[in-house]
Design a protein around this ligand. Sequence first.
Ligand SMILES: CCCCCCCCCCC/C=C/C(=O)SCCNC(=O)CCNC(=O)[C@H](O)C(C)(C)COP(=O)(O)OP(=O)(O)OC[C@H]1O[C@@H](n2cnc3c(N)ncnc32)[C@H](O)[C@@H]1OP(=O)(O)O
Length: 300
Amino acid sequence: MALTVGLRPLTRALLRPWARVPGAALGRPAAGSGDGVRCFGSPRVLVEPDPAAGVAVMKMRNPPVNSLSLEFLTELLISLEKLENDKTFRGIIITSDCPGIFSAGLDLLEMYGRDPAHCAEYWKAVQELWLRVYLSNLVVIGAINGISPAGGCLLSLSCDYRVLANNPKYAIGLNETLLGIIAPFWFKDVLVNTIGHRAAERALQLGFLFPPSDALQVGIVDQVVPEDQVQSTARSVMAQWLAIPDHARQLTKNLVRKPTADRLLQQRDADIQNFVRFISRDSIQKSLHVYLEKLKQKKG
Ligand SMILES: CCCCCCCCCCC/C=C/C(=O)SCCNC(=O)CCNC(=O)[C@H](O)C(C)(C)COP(=O)(O)OP(=O)(O)OC[C@H]1O[C@@H](n2cnc3c(N)ncnc32)[C@H](O)[C@@H]1OP(=O)(O)O
């Protein structure tokens, strides 16, 4: 898949992809791997490779809430691209290193009070991440160990399989309407593909955030397991998926997902323009302001 990252050279130059992970992770052998196999990654994305299994665990760590800022999106993209191009790996598990939070979704501060050029650059990166995960040739499993609203839910929905930790706080869904904004058509498409038209219609309009039992019932996740079993379950599901020959699985995945991805690919620039126009409206900026204030006040 030929996707251009399309971010400002400055943004990319600021990052140090594939730097050794600082602090505790530095030089730590990856879990389940033999001696000499090291964790690697970038400041916000920790990659734990298990070459023997052909699997890498990608841990998001953009504290406090793994909000998908432009820099974080860029690091995720670079990690994914690197894993995708490395023949060692056939599957990745996406999970979080922030306790209780899978991802709080798109970073509201990238959309609030920003100029149109910034919003356009940001939206391009959001599109890029979705396309990269959704169309990945790798098996992508979400080990969802925290709450995942909106963009966090989109990231989960783009995986091939979702395992959610059974904690009532770990709700998942496209809650955009609660913020006074809307889910773009491609977010909507992925939700419809996953839970069906009628359930998606209700969930989107009402901004449902499904707690684990409801999430399983509606089918927005595939499995709910005790919190301490999320990673091990993701590993055993991965083994099942990797038992299928790659070429057959990849062609099938493409067959199923390409029409949905093509809808965006055919109108990426228009989608960016629509986003910028929408998000720049005074009324939408006001809604974002109110929502951000609510988040602040919640703290007391
Ligand atoms: C013609 C039409 C064209 C269509 C165009 C489309 C239009 C727009 C499409 C936009 C799609 C948007 C997708 C999104 O993902 S929007 C983000 C949705 N996310 C949320 O609603 C989650 C918000 N956060 C929370 O609910 C809580 O923070 C959470 C439950 C995740 C964690 O709670 P906790 O109590 O642990 O932590 P705090 O609330 O105290 O948060 C800590 C700090 O983090 C800040 N924060 C939280 N979430 C975000 C975020 N998403 N972006 C930026 N910052 C965030 C929070 O404010 C705290 O900051 P401070 O410490 O500075 O106060």
